[in-house]
Structure formats: C-alpha cells, structure tokens
Design a protein around this ligand. Structure first.
Ligand code: NAD
Ligand code: DAU
Length: 356
C-alpha cells in the first residue's frame, strides 16, 4: 500500500456538499488518501463523485456512521488522522415527518464517529489530528425581519428537529474537545447552492419544476430570508479551516447574500427561462403559494468576519454568477435530474462496485 502523507476520512462525500469537498481534496492533495464514507441514503449518489472514483488517492467505503464496529474498522485499516464530517440527514421538511432518523444519524452517528476517533487516537500525540464537524446556521434559531447577524457567540436556539439534532451534535463535538482534549473544529454555515444538490431543496427543486413547467410551491408568502453561499466557496472554506483553523474553535461561514424566498424564486425563473430560450418571465404563473412549513424560521444571516479576519477567507462567487452557473449546470445535466427524480441513481452502487 502506498504511503500517504495523511489519511482523511470524509463522511457524506456522495451528498451535495460532500462531493465538492471530496473532489477538491482528491485533486488538490494527491499525497493525501481520501476515504469517502457514505451510507448512500436517498441523498447519496455515487454519480456525484464518478470523476474521481478511479483516482489512486480515493477510496469509497459504504458504511453507516452509526455502525460502531464498521467505523472502528475503517479507522484502523486506514490509520485515519483527520475527519471531515458531513454525513447527516439534512432536509428540514423530512425532519418534521421523521425526527427519529435525524436523532439517529446526526446525534448518535456523530457520537459514534467521535468515539471511534478517540479510541484510535488516544494514548498518542493528538495535536496533529483533526475532527472537523460541518454544521449549520440553523442551530442559532431565527433572526427578526431586518437587522442583526448570527455570530459565533449567538445563543443556540434551534426550532426544527433537524436543527435540534445538529445543535446536539455540535455540543458533543465541543464536549470531546473540552473533556478529552480532542482537536475539534465546528463550522456553522448558511444555505448552500450549486451543482448536484438533491432536488428536494428550494433551488434544484424549482429549476427542475420550471423546466418541466410544474407548480413552484412557495411556503407562506415567500417572505422568509435565507443567506446563500455557492457550494464551492464552502468547500474552499472547509479546506482552509481544516488546515489552519485553531483546535477547539467555531467559525461561521456565509456569503452575505440575503434574499427573500420570493425574490430567489423570481430570479430562478428569469435565469432558467432565459437559458431555455423562453420569453422573459414566461413561467411566473407557476408560482403557487402553499401552506407554510411548521416552525418556519423567518430569517438567517451570517456574520463571517471571524473567518475573514483570522484566516483570510472570502467568498469568490457572487450570487449572480453562482445562480447562472447553477441553473446552467442543471440544464446541461438534465439526465442527472432525471436519474435522481426517477430513482434510477440508486442502482449506481451495484453498477460500480457489484453487490457487496
Ligand atoms: P446531503 O443530504 O446532500 O448529503 C448527506 C450525505 O450523508 C448523503 O450522501 C448521505 O448518503 C449521507 N448519509 C446520511 N446518513 C448517513 C449515515 N447514517 N451514515 C453515512 N452516511 C450518511 O447533505 P448536504 O446538504 O450535503 O449537507 C452536508 C452537511 O452540511 C450536513 O451535515 C448538513 O447539516 C451541513 N450543512 C448543509 C447546508 C446546506 O445548505 N446544504 C448548510 C450548512 C450545513
Ligand atoms: O441554513 C442552512 C440550511 O439550509 C442547512 O443546514 C440545511 O441542510 C439546508 O437544507 C438548508 O435549509 P433550508 O430549510 O433553509 O433549505 P430549503 O432549500 O429546504 O428551503 C429554503 C427556503 O425555501 C426555506 O425558507 C423554505 C423555502 N421553501 C423550500 C422548499 C423546499 C419553499 O418555499 N418551498 C419549497 O418547496
């Protein structure tokens, strides 16, 4: 087995943000071995990482983060020295219908990973190790309609089962730093958008519906505000923080792109119609106001100045550029949307790796 400078376990690498992080690390660090651990739930799609699957520094492991024995075996087999933990149940609407699945994966799964890392690392010098937990701004609750930002000092106030489960996992990660001296990092990021996002989330769902001329279900009056960040900017932040973040610290990540949902929907219609050669605003009639999401947080907005000041991170992609890139990607990759919406993508693992 070739010797690698580092062995990095990335969990959830077949999901939306994870595939961008895996691609960045595999390409940028040929001397690192990247172990992509993913259970391949409905949100995991190996087609998302097919371009790096044959690379010598990439390994895929189909595994549930709640399976303590399997996770421990991976730590031992690859002598893992860094973890970038993205695997999670991530969709707020699903958490309202099935909160237990979120407690299981997000809380118990994170604790299982922490224990495996501790067992593997304890007794040695832990200073060079890293356990980096990717979390969300939703742990902070909701802001008023205007003014104010979430900072790293904002009190946790989660409202949905999803955000409650992420808050709990954040606390466990910090507890492992404070109790066992594990070098941990936590980041809380705002809404990501970009290629290969599961089309249950607002942007890919609506692009798919516009192309198919289906209704666009806007919750409530569409006045909730989200702070959007292009996914590759998030992946670059994760790379920077993994290598240069201070152990035990928390960093907020956000793009300063606050938009009301209704304005985002109108922007999506404008870009999608233009790229499809349809008349300007032709699909505005698809907007359909529906019953609001239960417990719908009014506004999120991130103050990322700590990350900018201490580590020099800045987002590189403006919202106008990012939306153009994103919509174009979905329209250029309509077979990806079709395979995900038909369920055909779920056969990808057997096609790639056989029935093991
Ligand atoms: P996603 O739903 O697209 O992907 C999640 C991945 O985790 C999938 O590949 C899935 O198969 C895998 N997974 C789920 N349960 C698993 C388990 N028990 N064991 C192993 N793998 C499992 O999610 P995403 O949007 O890419 O989010 C990734 C992380 O970033 C999550 O922790 C999420 O809370 C956080 N986050 C997301 C956003 C966002 O806007 N999408 C913003 C901030 C933080
Ligand atoms: O803020 C970070 C979070 O962003 C992440 O932690 C979550 O994993 C991620 O899913 C996202 O959560 P949101 O709930 O904000 O994303 P979603 O795309 O589901 O919804 C964005 C906004 O659009 C939200 O205010 C609800 C609204 N919405 C969503 C859908 C799916 C609609 O109006 N209609 C819809 O059909």
């Amino acid at each position: 087995m070739a010797a690698f400078k580092r062995n990095i376990l990335i969990t959830g690498g077949a999901g939306f943000i994870g595939n961008h992080v895996v691609r960045l690390f595999v390409n940028k660090y040929p001397d690192y071995r990247i172990i992509n651990l993913d259970k391949l739930t409905y949100a995991g799609n190996l087609a998302n990482v097919s371009d790096v699957a044959c690379r010598g520094n990439y390994v895929f492991a189909k595994c549930d983060i709640c399976d303590a024995a399997a996770v421990a075996e991976l730590f031992a087999r690859y002598d893992i020295d860094g973890v970038i933990h993205l695997a999670a149940e991530s969709h707020v609407d699903r958490s309202i219908h099935d909160p237990m699945a979120f407690a299981r994966t997000n809380v118990l799964g994170t604790l299982t990973l922490l224990q495996a890392a501790l067992e593997h690392w304890r007794g040695g010098d832990m200073s060079g190790k890293r356990f980096y937990h990717i979390s969300t701004d939703e742990v902070y609750g909701a802001l008023h309609a205007e003014g104010g930002f979430f900072t790293e000092a904002t009190r946790y106030d989660p409202h949905s089962p999803y955000s409650a489960s992420k808050a709990s996992s954040d606390h466990f990660v910090r507890a492992f730093h404070d109790t066992y001296g594990m070098p941990t990092l936590v980041t809380n990021c705002s809404n990501n958008y970009g290629p290969r996002q599961f089309p249950e989330k607002l942007i890919p769902l609506f692009v798919n519906n516009i192309r198919r001329r289906r209704p666009l279900p806007v919750y409530g009056r569409g006045l909730n505000v989200r702070d959007w960040l292009y996914v590759e900017d998030h992946a670059r932040a994760i790379d920077l923080i993994f290598h240069h973040g201070h152990a035990g610290e928390t960093y907020n990540i956000g793009g300063h792109n606050e938009m009301r949902n209704i304005d985002m929907v109108k922007a999506l219609i404008a870009v999608t119609d233009r790229l499809l050669g349809r008349a300007d605003g032709e699909d505005s009639g698809l907007i359909t106001y529906v019953t609001d999401r239960a417990g719908h947080d009014l506004r999120y907005a991130i103050d990322a100045s700590k990350l900018e000041r201490e580590l020099g991170w800045r987002p590189q992609v403006s919202i106008a550029e990012g939306l153009e890139l994103t919509v174009k990607w979905y329209l250029d990759n309509q077979q990806w949307l079709d395979s995900v919406t038909s369920g055909e993508y779920m056969n990808y693992y057997e096609k790639m790796y056989g029935n093991r």
